[in-house]
Design a protein around this ligand. Structure first.
Ligand code: HPA
Length: 276
């Protein structure tokens, strides 16, 4: 059989770190903007720096660390990905999703995605959280393009329930325990790195999106292909371009994400506890 270079690279990365994996994680958590220091709240039982993994994509975005952290969150074994890589940094899409695939290979059953995103829905406000119910990923290349690695999943993967219903309910329950009202909706991934024009934001809304960002949907496609159960929460760090008078800046995105980070952390912790 022909060698599949994407699969070969994944196996190579896995082989190079398998001795350093302290336990089989149940949940793989990808930390988005605002949650970057989430891992600091838990004693690390293992750390693998991305630099230690041969051929592994390392983020170039300032403020994005790059490592896997293994810890227990309220009893649930978790691997956290501190620092993700984005397609706009210039990596092949197969490299962008490699860390998510690797965490699945470590044995994670659940992929918990987080991000900062622009609100496209006029009912949203900066600082809201949006439970991701579904996504639009067709503006970025599919991570499944090219020869299919049958070891990972089928050629024509079903995407009818990317976001697991039971996991969504866990997040809703956790929010209501906190008396936190959260939004729900569809996440649309664009390549970035520029923020959208007002016309593009309008397009996203017409297409059925509630939030727009530059990550997440591709990771969900790759993990769904591998049979992972998936859930995700967007921190609505701003209303998307053209919806307010203000120009949009990365600083504003970061400041809002930081402001609501304590609530975001509590929501994630309570949810992961119930996933154990
Ligand atoms: N657009 C795209 N990505 C984002 C935004 C936005 O408005 N805010 C945070 N990430």
């Amino acid at each position: 059989m022909a060698v599949n270079p994407v699969y070969e690279k994944l196996i190579c990365c896995y082989e190079s770190i398998k001795e350093k994996i302290p336990f089989q994680p149940k949940v793989a958590l990808i930390l988005g903007s605002g949650l970057g220091d989430y891992a600091d709240g838990f004693p690390a039982e293992g750390v693998i720096d991305y630099h230690e993994i041969a051929g592994f994509p390392v983020s170039t975005v300032p403020g994005h660390k790059g490592r896997f952290i293994f810890t227990h969150v309220e009893g649930t074994p978790v691997v956290m990905m501190q620092g993700r890589v984005h397609y706009y940094e210039g990596y092949a899409m197969s490299d962008v999703v490699l860390p998510a695939r690797l965490m699945r290979m470590m044995g994670a059953e659940i992929l918990f995605l987080t991000n900062a995103a622009g609100g496209v829905n006029y009912d949203f406000s900066a600082g809201d959280f949006m439970l991701i119910r579904d996504q639009i990923s067709c503006f970025v290349p599919s991570p499944l393009l090219g020869p299919n690695a049958e070891e990972l999943g089928p050629r024509f993967a079903d995407m009818s329930h990317i976001y697991d219903e039971d996991l969504q309910q866990i997040i809703r329950d956790s929010a209501s325990e906190m008396n936190l009202s959260i939004k729900e909706g569809v996440y649309l991934q664009l390549t970035g790195p520029a923020y959208e024009s007002p016309a593009e934001v309008k397009m996203c809304r017409i297409l059925g999106a509630d939030a727009v960002g530059m990550s997440t949907a591709c990771e969900a496609v790759a993990a769904n292909h591998m049979g992972c159960r998936i859930c995700g929460i967007s921190c609505i760090s701003n209303l998307a371009c053209g919806m307010t008078d203000q120009p949009l800046s990365h600083k504003e995105v970061q400041e809002t994400a930081d402001r609501v980070a304590p609530l975001f952390k509590e929501l994630v912790t309570r949810s992961i506890q119930k996933m154990g």
